[in-house]
Write a protein that binds this ligand. Structure first.
Ligand code: FAD
Ligand code: NAP
Length: 384
């Protein structure tokens, strides 16, 4: 059973205490001899959060993952004085993991620590970083209008969308019932609660394998349930998984039902179904970690921008330009193929450079209807 209410979440790197919508206190801790946990305070301007103010900027960056912060670094150096809105997950997906071993220049770095460094870098270059969540976006005319959960309205001549991706769920009724009470999509957030317990992990990608490995720090046994007999994770991770005596893979199985107690709400086990025979097997466990992939966080733009492949924002080839001129998309929001921190950062760089060129050409187009792209959207000439 999980001893805290749903909105009091312990993350490996931080404790989030959500006081109310959009108002968050972030603190860090580092237990002696425990896993690495970095200290981080919520950045910059929480100021003006409760006031309905309007902020005008040349460039608004939405999202604080590797794509957003990199866009901030480049846009600041181009003297665009960007504003970056962090969203509900400051630092993005890498704050939900521990070791990152494929960030160039660091043989091993803790995800949350890397993101604190990226934030500091963007800030040092001149990016204004704001703890707010964009709830509504009007792309119909220039300047674009973004409404913040804080009440602030942001007006921007150009936009970098870097809202990343969010964990997918299986969609089972019983999964929903126990979400936050034994069912989780974040091992580094919730693994701590399962010391000495048996746990199952669902999925066969990098996230599932990494989560299974991480959970062996706490659990007495981890069963990795995968619908095929082949993992799509990196070879080095598969190798570690297979060598770990606490992990038992269960091939050709799908989660069928999570069951448990109602009062208090808590998981007691899962029923899994063989994908070929349909046979149901019961696995007693206290925790269920769903790691079946991520979907693009496209809520703000799914009705206004062109999307494909299950909601990823379409960008022009070799570019971060979207179907609306002046709106650029970077990172996992647009990338259905690579979905890595380094590729997201690369796209953040591209988006800032493209926004800079766009603003140099169209900075004075205030009031222009963006559905009439005359003069917009034409390929930027080399050297322009
Ligand atoms: P994200 O990191 O997803 O960040 C999105 C940002 O957008 C967040 O800050 C969020 O708050 C913000 N946002 C969303 N909606 C709004 C809104 N409405 N208003 C304002 N802000 C908003 N990749 C690697 O290269 N190496 C690894 O070792 C690795 N490990 C991983 C481990 C796990 C458990 C996971 C889940 C992913 C891992 N990845 C790894 C993948 C990597 O984290 C992503 O590819 C990368 O973080 C994507 O960066 P991003 O900037 O596009 O978006
Ligand atoms: P992923 O690579 O898309 O893998 C999702 C896994 O879940 C697949 O094994 C898939 O099975 C399974 N799955 C999907 N839907 C399912 C369903 N309905 N029921 C049962 N199983 C289901 O997602 P991910 O592992 O979250 O990784 C996302 C991205 O982040 C990837 O690009 C990954 O490389 C990156 N990432 C990188 C690292 C790293 O570099 N160390 C760590 C974590 C994530 P099938 O295989 O049968 O399709």
């Amino acid at each position: 059973m999980r001893p805290f209410p749903r909105d009091f979440r312990i993350r490996a790197a931080r404790i989030f205490v959500r006081r109310n919508s959009g108002t968050r206190t972030r603190v860090g801790f580092k237990p002696v001899g425990g896993m690495y946990i970095s200290f981080a305070t919520n950045s910059d301007s929480q100021r003006g959060r409760h006031m309905a103010e309007t902020r005008k900027t040349k460039l608004l960056i939405i999202g604080s993952g590797p794509a957003g912060y990199t866009a901030g670094v480049y846009a600041s150096r181009a003297m665009l004085d960007p504003i970056l809105v962090q969203g509900i997950e400051p630092g993005g997906q890498l704050t939900t993991t521990t070791e990152v071993e494929n960030w160039p220049g660091d043989t091993e770095v803790q995800g949350p620590d890397l993101m604190v460094r990226m934030e500091a870098h963007a800030k040092a270059m001149g990016t204004e970083i704001i703890g707010d969540i964009i709830t509504d976006l009007d792309l119909s005319k220039s300047p674009f209008t973004a409404k913040g959960d804080s009440g602030t309205t942001y007006l921007a001549d150009a936009l970098v969308l870097a809202t990343g991706a969010r964990a997918k769920w299986l969609g089972l009724e019983s999964e929903e019932k126990f979400k936050g009470f034994g069912v989780s999509a974040c091992a580094t957030c919730d693994g701590f609660f399962y010391r000495g317990q048996e746990i199952v992990v669902i999925g066969g990608g990098n996230t599932a394998v990494e989560e299974a490995l991480f959970l062996t720090n706490f659990a007495s046994k981890v069963t990795l349930i995968h619908r095929r007999d082949e993992l799509r994770a990196e070879k080095i991770l598969i190798d570690r998984l297979m060598k770990n005596p606490k992990i038992e893979p269960l091939w050709f199985h799908q989660l069928d039902e999570v069951y448990g107690t109602d009062n208090p709400l808590g998981v007691e086990g899962v029923k899994v179904k063989h994908t070929k025979t349909g046979e149901i097997t019961d696995i007693p466990c206290k925790g269920v970690f769903v790691a079946i992939g991520h979907a693009p966080a496209n809520e703000l733009v799914k009705d206004t921008l062109e999307t494909h492949m299950g909601g990823y924002v379409v960008t022009k080839p070799d570019s971060t330009e979207t179907s609306i001129p002046g709106v650029f998309a970077a990172g996992d929001l647009t990338d259905h193929k690579y979905r890595q921190a380094v590729t997201s950062a690369g796209m953040g760089c591209m988006a800032a450079l493209e926004a800079e060129r766009f603003l140099a050409e169209h900075g004075d187009d205030e009031g222009k209807d963006t559905s009439l792209p005359l003069g917009y959207g034409a390929p930027v000439k080399e050297g322009a």
